[in-house]
Ligand binder design. Structure first.
Ligand SMILES: CC(=O)N[C@H]1[C@@H](OP(=O)(O)OP(=O)(O)OC[C@H]2O[C@@H](n3ccc(=O)[nH]c3=O)[C@H](O)[C@@H]2O)O[C@H](CO)[C@@H](O)[C@@H]1O[C@H](C)C(=O)N[C@@H](C)C(=O)N[C@H](CCC(=O)O)C(=O)O
Ligand SMILES: Nc1ncnc2c1ncn2[C@@H]1O[C@H](COP(=O)(O)OP(=O)(O)OP(=O)(O)O)[C@@H](O)[C@H]1O
Ligand SMILES: N[C@H](CCC[C@H](N)C(=O)O)C(=O)O
Ligand SMILES: [Mg+2]
Length: 491
């Protein structure tokens, strides 16, 4: 593509000298530049992409997009290639990616889901629902990217702008009708989703997470709200009316606002008739349905998916019938078989205080009288530190036995993370809390406790443990299954 054509959507105040340079690709990482590429210098959380311009040009970049021509160290832009100056290179990157791939979001019905918890569940439900209704559906989630029958594992909840546009282009080429994507607060803040044309957006809920990155709860709210601020007039904004942040989210949106609730008679309303170990019985806008998913919080996820489907023009009764058979995403309240048949063993992705409260309260409510629950939980390294003591406190309060352990320490010391978790356990509950750093041992010990219910939380679908920048194979479901087998053999 000609550089001139590629940069035309950037609406530059002083049009750059693009000449007749031909661009063969775009990269925002100098290590991925090939001959003929356009390099976009983006300021990051670790380093500044502007410091890598020379390297990008040496690697074959034929043009550079940057926010400045003179850098902190006094060096100047490489004058071998055209430099296109922009105000915000992350926004420029998103627009360039959109142009490069031919604006695929305009050819698809794209729905974004944001909120602290429930994004993967709602997007997966929607993907599976629209597939069941006979459409070609695409998915961009924490777990996977689905393009028709092709499944790619995901690197991020919301990938970078080039990866999003490339996946959407593949979906468009595969004649996909509807695409459901998670929109994380990191993504909004880093402009990964800038310029995407959304048919609608969903807000699930807001609670404590990612305060390390955003700095404060107000900034975290602001990032999520920006997603709704940018929705088009033609789109819809579907919010959880039972979450107190719902109305703030859509305060400045141009999109048409719709609400869902378990408490009030809004556009999409459900009444919880029964919450059983087999599933949920709900009255959804006047129709009684039994769903296979468990727990009150999943009533919200189901209602959000129902609302989106109806707003996208689907027939209400057909939607309810199809939704009633779905089970949501893998690694969320996923059962692990116990050969002895004595234990209900589950893996879940709860990795925030609110998610842990929800899943533990759900299990508590469904447990027969006298049944005891052991929960294995850790907290990730290089992530929000403030949530660590809260996660331990909530678990200690709601489980009969808590085992604190390691969950992706990344570059942090596992012991320091565990110290910070332990600090949150109220003195009167310390007798219910064990600390076992090695996650495999923690899971084995949980099984040996002999309680009727075991919940291994925090890693869900993950198939690795990230320690010191390296990912080692580790899957809670396999570990739990092995421990249950061992225990069944020994007893
Ligand atoms: C904290 C964070 O979000 N970091 C993301 C960010 O990287 P960064 O800002 O730290 O980048 P950096 O290392 O400072 O580099 C700055 C720039 O210099 C460039 N560079 C760097 C080195 C070099 O040699 N040459 C070069 O050109 C880099 O390519 C980059 O453009 O931009 C990168 C490219 O898009 C992301 O891969 C990276 O995600 C990291 C791996 C990450 O762990 N992110 C997590 C926290 C995340 O995004 N999570 C959310 C939400 C999770 C959830 O709750 O579901 C998600 O959407 O996944
Ligand atoms: N609507 C909800 N409200 C509160 N907690 C929920 C809700 N849905 C799911 N959870 C809890 O949060 C966990 C993560 O759910 P899910 O993966 O759907 O969220 P997510 O928003 O995609 O998370 P992430 O930010 O990691 O992408 C679940 O395993 C469950 O414990
Ligand atoms: N996608 C989220 C989930 C993390 C889950 C937990 N296993 C961890 O590593 O902290 C994050 O990156 O914050
Ligand atoms: Mg997710």
């Amino acid at each position: 593509m000609q550089l001139r054509e590629l940069i035309s959507p950037l609406s530059l105040s002083s049009p750059a000298e693009a000449g007749d340079v031909r661009v063969s690709g775009i990269a925002f990482d100098s290590r991925r530049v090939q001959a003929g590429f356009l390099f976009v210098a983006v300021r990051g959380t670790q380093v500044d992409g502007h410091d890598y311009i020379q390297r990008a040009v040496d690697a074959g970049a034929v043009a550079v997009v940057a926010e400045q021509a003179v850098y902190g160290d006094g060096s100047h832009a490489d004058d071998r290639v055209p430099l296109i100056l922009v105000e915000d290179s992350a926004i420029a990157l998103a627009l360039l990616a959109d142009t490069w791939y031919g604006s695929p979001s305009k050819d698809l019905q794209l729905v974004g889901v944001t909120g602290t918890n429930g994004k993967t569940t709602v997007t997966t439900l929607l993907h599976d629902l629209f597939t069941a209704l006979g459409y070609r559906a695409g998915l961009l989630s924490t777990v996977e990217v689905r393009i028709g029958k092709e499944v790619r594992s995901a690197t991020h909840t919301t990938p970078d702008a080039l990866a999003i546009q490339s996946a959407l282009a593949d979906m468009r080429d595969a004649r996909t009708d509807y695409v459901f994507m998670e929109v994380s607060s990191h993504a909004v803040h880093q402009q990964r989703t800038y310029g995407l044309h959304f048919a609608g957006g969903v807000f699930t809920n807001l609670s404590h997470d990612h305060l390390d990155y955003h700095g404060s709860f107000a900034e975290y709210i602001r990032a999520k709200k920006t997603f709704f601020d940018r929705l088009p007039k033609t789109g819809f904004a579907l919010i959880n009316a039972d979450d107190k942040r719902g109305s703030v989210m859509v305060q400045n949106t141009d999109a048409k606002i719709y609400r869902y609730s378990l408490r009030t008679m809004v556009d999409f309303h459900a009444r919880l008739l029964a919450n059983t170990p087999q599933g949920l019985q709900l009255d959804v806008n006047g129709t009684e349905v039994f769903f296979k998913m468990l727990g009150r919080y999943n009533a919200y996820n189901l209602l959000a998916a129902y609302g989106v489907a109806v707003l996208l023009g689907q027939e209400e009764q057909e939607v309810l019938v199809a939704l009633s058979a779905l089970r949501g995403a893998e690694g969320r309240l996923e059962h692990v078989a116990d050969p002895s048949g004595r234990v209900t063993a589950l893996v879940d992705y709860a990795h925030t205080p609110d998610a842990l409260r929800n899943v533990l309260e759900t299990l508590r409510a469904l447990l027969p009288e006298g049944h005891r629950l052991t929960c294995v939980i850790g907290a990730g390294g290089n992530r929000d530190r403030a949530k660590r003591p809260e996660m331990a406190r909530v678990t200690a309060e709601l489980a009969d036995q808590t085992i604190l352990t390691t969950d992706n320490p990344r570059s942090e010391s596992p012991e320091t993370i565990l110290d910070e978790m332990e600090a949150g356990v109220p003195a009167k509950l310390v007798h219910r809390v064990l600390r076992i750093t090695d996650r495999r041992q923690a899971i084995r010990t949980a099984v040996r406790m002999g309680h009727e219910v075991i919940l291994v939380a925090g890693k869900g679908h993950e198939t690795y443990q990230e320690i010191g920048g390296e990912r080692f194979p580790f899957d809670d479901r396999i570990e739990l299954a092995n421990a249950l087998k061992e225990f069944a053999r020994a007893n």
